[in-house]
Design a protein around this ligand. Structure first.
Ligand code: XMP
Length: 319
């Protein structure tokens, strides 16, 4: 009989067999996938694992601090916290094409991991929390022509020059299975239930050119929105919810004055695996209250819209 406990034991056995005595570097993002990957690897190979958490400057409010704290408090895993935000944001300056954003970010991730790998003795492998839907959606649709919807930055293998081999213990799993495995591994429920967050982070929630000003506004608006969702007890009903800051300023009035600030879009979807999704049917009261809060609390936004596109034809992210 298939059980998650059995899967876990088999995954641990396979990791040991693949890796031997070598050292593994694991990119930790704080999401469920990479957290489960890290903990599974730690159970399999203990001190032969070093995790690297890269702050690319495209994380949500307080995210870097929270993730590093949760790992340092709960696990005895070697963890390097790298602030590389100047590098990433510098290279992304003037870049507005979604695929170029992903390619740039993917390339920099490799550079950064390589840099840390060079300092670690016997580092031979890079572990990633790639899931089954990442693999198929990025590569091609079976049977049809090789159509790429979005080049997920964490799929497609590593350039030979990096000299590291891949370990991807979640490659056969869907999201709900990864969550069950996280549960099996004792990952805190609050962590298991976290909404997915894409590797390119806020870069793909900031259509067009990315600026530090826009990122700062986006972080604040997103924090208010998620706070609203939690307060109304809706977080666990939703697959993913976030704000996208739009590359357009609109005119508004506030008090006696005219404003000319950014518009934003709220996104919330239900889904089973991210492959298809329906927009979440918030009440008008919830939407109205949230719009008022964002406009009052976030300087730089004067208009809030709600995205009611499902997937397909839309995608979950805006880019
Ligand atoms: P889309 O926007 O393609 O998103 O409907 C489906 C799921 O994938 C996430 N996503 C990404 N994750 N790198 C990632 O690691 C990416 O480039 C990327 N693009 C989208 C998205 O957040 C959703 O969960």
């Amino acid at each position: 009989d298939w059980t998650m406990a059995g899967y876990r034991d088999e995954a641990i056995r396979q990791i040991r067999e693949q890796v031997g005595d070598a050292h593994v570097i694991c990119g930790l993002s704080g999401g469920v996938d990479s957290s489960v990957t890290a903990i599974l690897l730690h159970e399999a190979i203990g001190d032969q694992l070093t995790c690297v958490f890269v702050d690319h400057g495209l994380l949500r409010q307080n995210e870097a601090t929270e993730v590093v704290k949760m790992f340092r408090d709960n696990y005895n895993i070697k963890l390097i916290a790298a602030d590389e935000s100047d590098l990433f944001l510098g290279q992304l300056e003037g870049v507005s094409d979604p695929e170029l954003k992903r390619k740039t970010i993917g390339r920099l991730f490799i550079d950064v991991f390589q840099k840390y790998a060079n300092d670690i003795k016997d580092a031979e492998y890079l572990a990633q929390g790639t899931l089954y839907p990442d693999v198929i959606e990025s590569v091609s649709f079976s049977g049809g022509p090789s159509v790429t919807i979005k080049s997920h930055h964490n799929v497609g293998g590593l350039p030979e020059k990096m000299g590291l081999k891949l370990v991807e213990p979640l490659r056969e799993l869907f999201k709900d299975e990864v969550r069950a495995l996280g549960h099996e591994l004792g990952l805190p429920a609050s962590f298991i239930g976290r909404h997915p967050f894409p590797g390119p982070g806020l870069a793909i929630r900031c259509p067009g050119e990315i600026t530090r000003e826009k990122l700062e506004i986006l972080r604040k608006a997103d924090a208010v929105y998620i706070d609203q969702i939690r307060k109304h007890g809706l977080y666990d009903e939703i697959w993913q919810a976030f704000v996208a800051i739009l590359p357009v300023r609109t005119v508004g009035v506030m008090g006696d004055g005219r404003t000319y600030d950014f518009a934003c879009a709220l996104r919330a979807v239900t889904s089973v695996d991210g492959m298809t999704a329906d927009y979440y049917p918030f009440s008008h009261d919830f939407l109205g209250e949230t719009a008022t809060r964002i406009i009052n609390e976030v300087k730089g936004i004067n208009r809030v819209t709600y995205d009611i596109t499902s997937k397909p034809p839309g995608t979950i992210e805006w880019e």
